[in-house]
Design a binder for this molecule. Structure first.
Ligand code: HEC
Ligand code: HEC
Ligand code: HEC
Ligand code: HEC
Length: 612
């Protein structure tokens, strides 16, 4: 123990003011399955944790034994898909590294011994649905460099939180696994260690290898300089307090099939065949682990098949198809009375699962489970000392600087706006809201009173932790005019007139209309939600009435075909930004009255358009 402490101090972070995640006596032992050796690696300092005073929900752990400390605690997360931090667009939002860090610190503050494992899929999902690949109206995908910067930020944060192992998911394969591990694991051998025991390489020119002729994992993912582990491994043993937990990582057959298509240099051995030696390796150790855990990048059904053969795993963290996780694990009881829990933690890091191990009298451990939503109660208090103590916040700030310094904002692929596609010969471009002012004075004045007119400023003044959000394409896409479309917002210097959400954010690029205001074809492009020029949204009075109705009453409101079409069309326009993610409270009937404008003479409307 003395030696461990000395070692721990050498890697501790007193110099950087790091104190939140004091991981007293947590060490990771390499299972040494491939090479047969066994070494101790301290993963964090032994400084006592500083707790955010407002963290901790008293309703948590209510079903855990009272007055008894768990002998060890495992925090389970996964499928964060690049969600480092909630955007803050609406409240309340769940998730983020800052809160997870405070939550884990709150467990340490109870004097619990904690380690984390993550299923993988740390990178953003670049193919969420076929219809809308990316973010915001232009459907941007940030440059791959930005995704990789996120990956490194997450890995660093997980290490600081005391994570010991991380699996590999589809998003890591999409970014090329060799490329992904080169960002972190290859740089320095340090936790969390990447585990996917059945991933191997293919020799040049092979597509389906003859049996036994793949490139072994240890040579395909060789250790970095000074390292002893391959950058993708099979298993680790974590020592949490007095408890040892054997951890294996595997890719299930369905993802394996997908991954070989994504990355034709990879091949996958059967999980069953890899798991056998891993389990036997654990059992053969001088001290066998007290419990085994499997990070399984497969479905729950695939996991169930696997434990029919290898029931030695008490906990299997598997893929979630539902972004909202179940409150309790599914349990399978084996013939010998042993149990396996199948745990899913949902998507985007909005929840973590917590498993507590309590020593049983006759030997073995009782397991308890708690699903914890990462709510606002885990925010860091507004206190410089607390902010500094949360290393995740520092890492997020560093990430924001990487985004700025890498000028990722300029590296987004630009697409054509539908109007630019429909009128290919006109070279339609964005001109900015000021150009509309002269002829649509009343609409312009109204707009200046809405939050849309200072949406970019909001990214500077309201978005903190981290800052510099006005330089991140992931935020700009909904807080400016036309970012991600050809001729749309680029940056504050080049395109100052396209800052904020403006007229053209909804009406599309206006250069054609500005130079030919009466051109009927161009007018049509400005209101894509209208089929007929007399089509109109419901009046504010009607909307106000509908907004107050309950869902049943609302269903009984009869709209004409045209009304319904305009409602749907406008709703689609708003929802490109006011989506489920960023504004779950959005209802057209409640929001439109706040920004109401327009009303052309042709539609019997009131606002005059000054004639030149
Ligand atoms: C030179 C004057 C002028 C300028 C500048 C101008 N408009 Fe117009 N706009 C008009 C006229 C005229 C109409 C047609 C009015 C009518 O049909 O009653 C019109 C109609 C519209 C309509 C209604 C389209 C429909 O559904 O028929 C929209 C929307 C619109 N303008 C948006 C804009 C935007 C956005 C800008 C700035 C990019 C802008 N206008 C700049 C003169 C102008
Ligand atoms: C290009 C993205 C975008 C589009 C399209 C968009 N909005 Fe917004 N909207 C925003 C942003 C960003 C904010 C927040 C601005 C701020 O507070 O800085 C916002 C804020 C608002 C607000 C203020 C909400 C509040 O809490 O007070 C209303 C109302 C609103 N939008 C209505 C609409 C309606 C109605 C539509 C469709 C006709 C629409 N928006 C389309 C981006 C958009
Ligand atoms: C898909 C569109 C979209 C993206 C992407 C987006 N926002 Fe927003 N944002 C909105 C909308 C819509 C609102 C207005 C929500 C409301 O008023 O309820 C908003 C509002 C906000 C607000 C104001 C909240 C308030 O309390 O008034 C902040 C701050 C903010 N966003 C920050 C960000 C940051 C930081 C990012 C990038 C990480 C981001 N947004 C990315 C659509 C978006
Ligand atoms: C958040 C989205 C949004 C923004 C921003 C916006 N508009 Fe509109 N605008 C609409 C919608 C939706 C309608 C249709 C209203 C209706 O049918 O009653 C509309 C209607 C209009 C009309 C009348 C067209 C008609 O069919 O009656 C004009 C003109 C117009 N807008 C101009 C502007 C100008 C100028 C600006 C900027 C100063 C602007 N709009 C900003 C969404 C927006």
């Amino acid at each position: 123990m003395t030696q461990q402490k000395t070692q721990a101090r050498t890697v501790g972070r007193r110099g950087t003011g790091w104190t939140v995640f004091g991981l007293i006596g947590l060490v990771v032992l390499f299972a040494g399955l491939a090479t047969g050796f066994c070494r101790r690696v301290p993963v964090a300092s032994d400084d006592p944790p500083v707790l955010a005073p407002n963290s901790g929900d008293t309703a948590l752990f209510a079903t855990w034994p009272k007055g008894v400390k768990p002998d060890a605690v495992l925090v389970l997360s996964g499928q964060s898909f690049g969600y480092l931090q909630p955007c803050g667009c609406s409240r309340p939002q769940k998730g983020g590294l800052e809160r997870r860090a405070n939550f884990i610190a709150s467990l340490w503050a109870k004097d619990w011994r904690v380690a984390g494992v993550d299923l993988g899929d740390l990178l953003p999902d670049r193919h969420p649905t076929a219809g809308s690949p990316g973010i915001g109206p232009s459907g941007i995908l940030p440059p791959l460099e930005q995704d990789l910067a996120k990956y490194v930020t997450m890995m660093n944060a997980l290490r600081e939180m005391g994570y010991v192992a991380v699996g590999v998911g589809k998003t890591e394969f999409e970014a090329r696994l060799t490329n992904v591990v080169a960002q972190y694991s290859l740089q320095k051998e340090q936790p969390p260690f990447v585990l996917a025991g059945n991933v191997v390489g293919l020799a040049d020119g092979q597509t389906v290898p003859p049996k036994g002729q793949t490139v072994p994992q240890a040579s395909f993912f060789p250790p970095g300089q000074g390292g002893t582990r391959p950058t993708v491994g099979i298993a680790e043993v974590a020592e949490i307090g007095q408890v040892q937990v054997g951890i294996v990582g595997l890719v299930g057959p369905s993802l394996a099939r997908t991954a070989t298509k994504i990355d034709p240099t990879l091949w996958f051995e059967s999980s069953k065949e890899v798991l056998g030696p891993a389990v036997q390796g654990f059992a053969a150790r001088k001290r066998a682990p007290d419990m085994n855990l499997l990070l399984y990048q497969g479905t729950i059904d695939e996991a169930k098949k696997l434990v029919e053969v290898w029931p030695q795993f008490s906990v299997i963290l598997c893929q979630a198809s539902d972004p909202e996780p179940p409150s309790f694990p599914q349990e399978v009881v084996h013939k010998n009375g042993q149990k396996t829990w199948f745990i899913q933690v949902g998507h985007k890091g909005q929840y973590v699962g917590v498993v507590g191990l309590f020593k049983k009298e006759g030997g073995g451990y009782d397991l308890k489970y708690q699903l914890v939503p990462m709510g606002e109660e885990y925010l860091t208090p507004n206190d410089p000392k607390a902010e500094k103590a949360n290393r995740a916040l520092t890492l997020l700030e560093e990430y924001a600087h990487l985004v700025k310094d890498g000028n990722f904002q300029a590296k987004v692929t630009k697409t054509l706006h539908p109007a630019q596609i429909q009128a290919p010969n006109l070279n339609l471009s964005y001109v900015g809201s000021d150009r509309c002012q002269g002829c649509h004075a009343a609409d312009y004045v109204k707009w200046t009173t809405t939050p849309h007119s200072h949406a970019l400023e909001t990214l500077v003044t309201r978005a903190k932790r981290p800052g510099l959000r006005n330089l991140d394409g992931e935020c700009l896409v909904c807080h400016t005019i036309g970012y991600g479309f050809k001729t749309g917002y680029e940056n504050e210097k080049k395109t100052p007139k396209l800052a904020n959400v403006g007229c053209e954010s909804c009406h599309g690029p206006g250069s054609g209309h500005v130079s030919a205001p009466n051109n009927v074809e161009l007018l049509k492009l400005l209101s894509p939600w209208k089929k007929d020029k007399t089509d109109k949204l419901l009046s504010v009075e009607t909307m106000d009435k509908v907004a107050k109705m309950g869902p049943i009453e609302r269903n009984q409101v009869v709209h004409t075909l045209n009304e319904r079409q305009v409602l749907n069309g406008v709703n689609r326009t708003c929802s490109k930004c006011h989506d489920q993610e960023n504004d779950p409270h959005f209802e057209l009937e409640k929001y439109w009255p706040k920004i109401v404008h327009g009303g052309l003479a042709a539609a019997g409307g009131g606002l005059p358009i000054p004639k030149k």
